[in-house]
Design a protein around this ligand. Sequence first.
Ligand code: NAD
Length: 496
Amino acid sequence: MTAHAKPVDRRVLKLRDPSLLVDRAYVAGEWVGASVGRSFAVTDPFDGAVILELPDLDVEAARQAIDTAHAVQKEWAKRTAKERSAILRRWYDLIIANADDLALILTTEQGKPLAEAKGEVISNAAYIEWFAEEAKRIDGDIIPGASPSQRILVLKQPVGVCAAITPWNFPNGMITRKVGPALAAGCTMVLKPAAQTPLSALALAVLAERAGVPKGAFSVITTTEAKPIGEEFCHNPKVAKITFTGSTNVGRWLMKEAGDSIKRLSLELGGNAPFIVFDDADLDAAVEGALASKFRNAGQTCVCANRIYVQESVAQDFAARLAEKASGLKLGRGTEAGVAMGPLIDERAVAKMEEHVQDALEKGGQVLVGGKRSDLGSTFFEPTVMTGITQAMKVTREETFAPLAPIITFKDEAEVIGMANATEFGLASYFYARDMARVFRVAEALESGMVGVNTPALANEMAPFGGVKQSGLGREGSKYGIEGFLEIKYINLAGL
Ligand code: NAD
């Protein structure tokens, strides 16, 4: 909580259902208040105003949640797939019915424009709807045996208790895409959301409880003590799997810690997405795509364009058009009408953007538009477009995670593929081109888990979302998304 933080009047949230704004954690089926022990403030990144205080839980609470999740998991897995599916479907319906309230809670704790928040809520609820259906399609195999009297039976069973850790940039969506498949598979889940944005997680838990998710099958641990809770998740023998979305550094640490007990692990980590515009591209579409990819969520998106490569002959035109569009984006409080970009999550994020702009300027880059903090407040930076960018600058080597669009020019396909792949990350990449042979060549050559061709949109419940290289392990969404929550067992049937 910053020194100037003052409490926000909770009524300004004007929720249709005020019971969705919760000041308690959800541990082992009980709503736990902050009356005993420590608490922490959840603030509005627009001005630092306190929304409310939540219990700052310790390892003991996580352990309790894990014990209960372990105790109820077997019962949950014994329910028929159709029963689990019906509960998930009810949860989905409740999220959709309450989407306006969930969006308002999300915007207030995270800052993104209300329309984007509602888009996040609705498009990610679809993962629950999808996995409600997939629950009924968890099937197996019968394989011929080693002798005529044998058959090999292949079953899929839930891994057991799962622990999830989620980031602040998509406080709602990063949860539904993990909890949906886990519950569908017959697993239970203990979640630690980011301390900046726990209110969306708690609102989802209220609706999960209303939908009939059994007590203890889904817990939400609110805490500022991420590391001890992470250690508990990694070392507690009752936890079978950890699913994490966040930075590559923390993912790397979790992988090492969880190695001791060989836990299953899914990791959705950082990105450094190249966005390539070839000279045969539809330039209008490419400009619109870059604008959406770069400035959505104020550039705080793991799949957002981090490096924009434009072929020499169209580079000047593209840069001028992108700069004009970027300068027209309205900044402000996410709940205000017409606002296209809210604040960054905190002052550290602004400082990182400033450092990247400064580094680029010192190495010969030029600012076309923006390039400085906004006078709206300490968490705002103007949407920025820069040219004259090279591979040696911080902005091309690191994930900026802010509204900075750096433009790098290239001569030909071979050169740009080399530059695009020169990173340890491999989450998303994008390119705009019309030549079909080029489309196939480039899509196959880019080293990333996902490639958007003539589109900035990648995430939906039907598609396998995830990265290669140091951007992660495993996939979320699609028919593949449930596999990480299932173990394969084989039964050798003899004497037939
Ligand atoms: P972060 O890694 O700092 O935090 C993510 C979560 O991990 C938070 O809940 C945090 O409290 C927790 N955490 C931090 N240290 C921990 C520890 N030692 N043990 C256990 N938990 C710990 O990341 P962030 O800054 O909140 O989020 C931004 C990052 O997330 C970016 O790198 C972004 O690319 C990445 N991200 C990736 C995806 C994806 O799907 N690949 C999606 C969204 C965000």
